[in-house]
Ligand binder design. Structure first.
Ligand SMILES: [Zn+2]
Length: 245
């Protein structure tokens, strides 16, 4: 067993331990001073609680912070004071986008690339070795990188994927994002897990706005778990271990 794999198992164990005392109320989590947290998506940290306050930094899943203050309700959100440890940034973040560190995808192999629901599970249609996601037909729904990587391909394919991105990850893994309406990254660019890379669209061979998503290793499609109609949240872990990560 590699050190990397061992570390991941430790992270997962920590996450399940930390999750026990967390009280979920609606979409907001309750935290205590000293709790380690991470964002579930690209998340602005602000100078003071409130959506009008100056943004002092944008954090991504995998960035770890420590709860230092809060909660405070402002502008419809519950705000927590967080010290983001790697960047040594101090600010206030909306609690509904915070999760205990090591959960919510921080230690995951891959995380869901969209908030929406599964419209076609992996392998449900002959030859469709991918998962399709929808979000009520909303063109432009943000699409996020499922893991840290590099933009291997940003291109257009009229009869198939339409506007698409292919990201390269360590150990021969690639993820593919098809039918995009817009791009937020360029070919060759490095991306972080949870970084917005494009918007959902209906380009190419598509019967309506959706995201077609695959995970490959060395050009072989790999199974992605999930059932028809299942809701998914961007940045949360795809519950499967992929070998060699
Ligand atoms: Zn598809």
């Amino acid at each position: 067993m590699t050190d990397r794999l061992s570390r991941r198992n430790v992270l997962k164990a920590t996450a399940s331990t930390l999750a026990l005392p967390i009280v979920m109320s609606g979409s907001a989590s309750a935290f205590s001073d000293g709790d380690r947290v991470e964002p579930t998506t690209g998340l602005n940290t602000r100078h003071r609680p409130g959506t009008e306050s100056e943004v002092v930094g944008t954090m991504y899943p995998g960035d770890v912070g420590e709860i230092m203050n809060g909660p405070t309700d402002e502008d419809g959100y519950t705000w927590w004071g967080v010290h983001w440890l790697d960047d040594d940034i101090w600010g206030w973040s909306a609690g509904q986008y915070l999760t205990p560190a090591g959960g919510g995808g921080g230690g995951a192999d891959f995380t869901w690339p969209i908030s929406g629901y599964i419209t076609s599970p992996y392998g449900a249609r002959p030859g469709h070795y991918a998962v399709d996601f929808g979000n009520n037909g909303q063109i432009g729904t943000p699409i996020y990188a499922a893991r840290d990587g590099v933009v291997d391909i940003r291109s257009y394919e009229s009869g198939g994927c339409g506007n698409y991105l292919k990201l390269g990850h360590e150990n021969g893994y690639q993820t593919l994002y098809c039918h995009l309406n817009s791009f937020d990254v360029s070919q060759g660019e490095s991306v972080s897990r949870g970084q917005q890379i494009g918007g959902m669209g209906d380009t190419g061979n598509s019967t309506g706005p959706h995201l077609h998503f695959t995970i490959e290793q060395n050009q072989t499609h790999l199974s992605i778990p999930g059932s028809d109609g299942q809701n998914v949240t961007a940045g949360n872990e795809i519950p499967k271990d992929y070998s060699g990560i």
